[in-house]
Design a protein around this ligand. Sequence first.
Ligand code: COA
Ligand code: MG
Length: 290
Amino acid sequence: MRSLLFVPADSAKKLDKAMTSGADALIVDLEDSIALDGKTRARESAAAFLKETVATTLRPYLLVRVNGLQTGLTDADLEAVVPAKPDAIMLPKAVGGAFVVHADAKLTAREAISGLPEGHIKIVALATETATALFLAGSYTGASTRLTALTWGAEDLSAELGAERNRDTKGRFLDPYRLARVLCLAGAAAAEVAALDTVYVDFRDSEGFRRECEEARRDGFSGKMAIHPAQVPIINELFTPTPEALAHAQAIVDAFAAQPDAGVVAIGGVMVDRPHLAQAKRVLARRIGK
Ligand code: COA
Ligand code: MG
């Protein structure tokens, strides 16, 4: 999954627009983009949208961002949306693997009530939104087979840290958020799930956005979340391996296939060893752009 577009659940117009955005996934949001007194209406709108959309062919992957387990709102969120069979929920403000275990149990109960097979609904956890969560980024390993990705967020973390800003004047993340980003990346790799990069809120700044996508792909993120449809084509472009990258990865795989006992080979005068082979296979696995 390369691009995941956030859509406030209470906006029928944006939900409609999102379907033609080209995003690999939509994140129907019940959390931060919905005011407290609008939650009930947003749940109804999310469920109606999912019911209509889940059955269609060639649709994007459908997630619902529920409210965090700390809020007391999660059960009502799940009660409204699980019968509509989303592909996954996004769990915000997760504080370590224990939160995923907890969400897993809630989903298991709701799936049974809705007649869905156990494990049908996956989990993507937002792993860096509280200070404590940073220290538990390595605790997602083995939490649940539902966990398919970790992602991270800077907005809630800045509020928690009491920071004045989270980016410098050039739009680059400051140190506390660069740490959160790396902890997400390492936590995801340790748990053997995908790492997804956070949102870029300045949606008119396509140059800064492009740079952030490039840095994310370079460092190992497999996709990025978007808040505006204009960001989607940029993500899809930059997280799809180029023909050159695919050809290079194929050359590495071929070189090792030709010398199965070799630990190291040379390609174009450059040493290539086993870790490069693992990375080359990862690039080839992304060929279809998922
Ligand atoms: N999904 C689907 N459609 C969206 C969209 C989104 N995330 N963001 C904007 N659009 C639509 C607008 O409705 C508008 O449609 P129109 O041309 O039919 O009128 C079009 O794209 C252009 O939007 P624009 O005028 O540039 O932006 P805006 O001022 O309408 O919206 C935001 C700006 C930030 C309010 C909007 O992008 C948004 O709601 N983003 C998601 C917010 C969110 O979910 N946050 C939680 C996660 S951090
Ligand atoms: Mg938030």
